[in-house]
Design a protein around this ligand. Sequence first.
Ligand code: AGP
Length: 610
Amino acid sequence: MCGITGYVGHRNAVPLLLAGLEKLEYRGYDSSGIGIVASANAKIEISKAPGKIKALKDLLALSPLSPSTLGISHSRWATHGAPSKANAHPHFDCTQKILVVHNGIIENYEELKDRLMQKGHKFLSQTDTEVVAHLIEEHYQGDFLAAVQKALKELKGSFALGILCRDDPDTLIAARLGSPLIIGVGKNENFIASDVPAILDQTKKVIYLKDGEVAVLKSDSVAVYNLASKKVSVKVDTVKFSVESVQKQGFAHFMLKEMHEQPDVIAQILKARVCGDQVVLDGLGLSDAQLKKFNRIFIVACGTAYHAGLLGKYLMEKFAHVPVGVEAASEFRYREQLVDKKTLIIAISQSGETADTLAAVKECRAKGAKIIAICNVVGSSLTRESDGVLYTHAGPEIGVASTKAYTAQLTMLYLLALKLGNVHAVLSKAEQRFLIGELRKIPEHFREILKSKSLIAKIAKPYAHFGCFLFLGRNINYPSALEGALKLKEISYIPAEGYAAGEMKHGPIALIDEYRGVVCIAPQSDIYEKMISNMQEIRARKGKIIAIATAGDEGIKNHSTDVIYIPKTHELLTPLLAALPLQLLAYSVAVHLGCDVDQPRNLAKSVTVE
Ligand code: AGP
């Protein structure tokens, strides 16, 4: 995905556009660019650079753009065409009258490009985006908005667009379909951005543009039109979170800050969602009677959210005895989904903009399923496709590797599973009361684990140069093993595989020797002895083991090279606690290797394209 900012107002556009773009750099950072309409002569000027936004800032310092109060900017995560100056946005049409920045994928760009080239249009890039500028040019006969509306009708795929036209030096046009775009409403100035953090220090008043809508921004007005080009009324929301919540506040990385926020995030969720011994899920959008009618649940998600869903399965089947399938959205969307009106879909997504998750949800909705979203971004696309939304309110998660969003998802899944257990009268009141009591201790347990972050960093150091890692867990900690492996590989680039410990004998044990790191998640549990057996098999083959174990378990030291302890808790809650040492382990290795922890190579915070 990419980052977009736009400005129209009374102030110099360039510093505002760059400041906003820097807050979106987590969305894509392989090249960036900016375009303005010069106030003196209404000429469009652009500046583009491969690499991070700093490269663009350095370029602008050397050759600044003219003063302007109207502009657009873009940071790119390449989908079509390598990261390069030519492929960086913004993109012109032939006349250099129209300028476009884009986030998303124009799926029919090749056929449009062929048609336009046959009409004599000349293209300078390999991107799908450039086609949009030439298509608007094709329709342009003096009416900027009409030309944009006609061009959009020909596009297939997803887009969030910022568009300028030299003949309208006071107008910024924005449009969205399937990719996020918000409008920031200021005093005699207006903004567009891919995400709220980009404009939060300028205004807290936002308009969440809906799919299919086109907005015309001037310094003192915002007009929004629907797909039928009819003007629609707009709702101006006020953003609840603060500017500070999107800054590092003294931490070395956003990821480190967000790991430290987890105790408060979990405490906040419990405070908002547990009243006495009752789970209260406002926003669920379904009554107890409706919940009881579902005979099948599918949890649909990607990446870390998928791992959270895997734990959700264990919990819901245990507490409610309802069959639960967990599906990677990118697979599920293309499978024959056996879904009908008696199916409940639980879609988990931090950003609410993941293309595969959105697509899978739309498929299921079309078949009559009810949709509940567990999501962290208010007003995101997924929340608008759902019958009910359980917001995690973890605050903006800027680090590309998900941490607080993951444990917030887990916490919400515990509560939803308890609710389902209650509705299906499987879980006794006493059991529910006990588990809620144990959940309430989790934030303090997290604070306890955070006190050992220096010890974890010390343990991690000698493992930083291992060739590959195996993460092993059983039962409810099998998802923990998958998530621990993902955390390590996505920020340190060390190959790491999460595996069900019982499956190790069926192949992966061939990997074991003194150069492999093996992380065994082995808290006190009914299958603890099974984990110890696995660890003995690994040690017999000289494997180096880091064990995640329950505080007080001295015996496990005989089967491990190193031990990281988590506080004692109910077996069912150990995945929530195990998440933090696994995050800290991955973080420590990546920092030791000098990796870019917050913006790992090739990744983006939310994958809004297929
Ligand atoms: C996790 O650390 C990654 N950032 C990635 O796997 C992420 O969880 C996945 O892309 C899903 O994103 P979402 O939760 O915003 O849908």
